[in-house]
Design a protein around this ligand. Structure first.
Ligand code: T6T
Length: 326
């Protein structure tokens, strides 16, 4: 009898100890979040990441680069790997080729990868050259470029000169946008000429200066496609500075407050809102699901768009996709 009571006491002591271990800090999933740069698009994505982390009880370590590029993103990634506590990494690779090696090092260190917004290789994580990420969650940017082209073509009446202001070569998102844009202009609008493509290195001042220079070289420019936040903002600013608001039409990728103001003023004719909140939220969900043993997660998730123009900008169903940054 004494022996039984003794054993019972031991069991009673061990069970609570075990449950303490299971819920301890050490077992909490840790997700690293490493977006491309500080901008409203990624700030909204961060809101999605944080909302999902709170809902699912996981820890998030966020590091946002001040400027865009492999040289800035790689050391931050290396530091995240060196921490030794990151289980999953949600990352927007700043170059589809140059970030493969640094991310392979993360995989070798036992970190599982999900890419958001931008992809590695050709983005086909099943049959393409890069298959280590769990999934790529982001917009169909080629299609986004096509939508932008048709919007701009309509705004300028189907003929004239247009210009693309973009960020960097070899970034899957903006590269896809220019491909889709050129494809539509080449195939559907014989009377529209794409006169130039500039890379502003994701810098607002450079985008503004470049656009101002193109307006000088092409005084008959009819439209501009700004392929992201700073490209579109720089394009719009240069158009206004030149006194050409309303005459030269701008299509803005990314639904910032600035783009929406310019839409209301008539400089911007169409704004393409991506869904960064969805990207961030789902990436965390995918990490949690993968950790739980889910094996059928899609390797590609397209998050879609809201296409905003002057007629629907006040419709709450559309306006909810305008980037709201605290
Ligand atoms: O357009 C987004 C993003 O999709 C792109 O990859 C980089 O630029 C943004 O972050 C906007 O600035």
């Amino acid at each position: 009898m004494r022996k039984t009571i003794f054993l019972l006491l031991i069991v009673l002591l061990i069970v609570p100890l075990t449950s303490i271990v299971v819920t301890s800090q050490d077992d909490t999933l840790v997700i690293g979040f490493l977006p491309g740069v500080v901008d409203p698009f990624y700030q909204v994505m961060q809101l999605g990441v944080e909302a999902a982390a709170a809902d699912m009880g996981v820890e998030v370590v966020t590091q946002i680069p001040e400027t865009w590029g492999v040289q800035v993103q790689t050391p931050i990634l290396d530091a995240m790997i060196a921490r030794g506590d990151i289980d999953y990494l949600v990352i927007a690779p700043t170059d589809k080729d140059q970030m493969i090696g640094p991310l392979q090092a993360a995989v070798d260190a036992g970190i599982r990868i999900i890419t958001v917004d931008t992809f590695l290789g050709d983005g086909d994580y099943t049959n393409g050259p890069v298959t280590f990420p769990i999934s790529y969650i982001g917009s169909d940017n080629v299609e986004g470029g096509r939508i932008s082209a048709r919007g701009l073509a309509e705004a300028i009446g189907g003929s004239g000169k247009v210009y693309i202001n973009s960020t960097n070569p070899n970034v899957s998102s903006v590269e896809g946008r220019a491909v889709g844009f050129n494809e539509v202009m080449d195939n559907e609008y014989p009377d529209i000429e794409v006169v130039a493509l500039d890379f502003n290195l994701d810098d607002l001042n450079t985008a503004t200066t470049q656009t101002a220079a193109q307006l000088e070289v092409h005084p008959d420019l009819a439209g501009i496609f700004g392929t992201n936040v700073f490209s579109a903002q720089g394009a719009g600013t240069a158009v206004i500075n030149a006194g050409l608001g309303g005459e030269v039409q701008v299509v803005a990728y990314d639904a910032t407050q600035f783009a929406i103001e310019q839409l209301r003023e008539g400089t911007v004719s169409l704004v393409l809102a991506q869904k960064p909140f969805d990207m961030g939220y789902m990436a965390v969900q995918f990490a949690v699901a993968d950790a739980a043993g889910v094996t059928s997660l899609p390797r590609r998730v397209e998050t879609g768009f809201a296409i905003i123009d002057i007629d629907n900008v006040d419709d709450p169903e559309v306006a909810r996709f305008i980037y709201q940054v605290p």
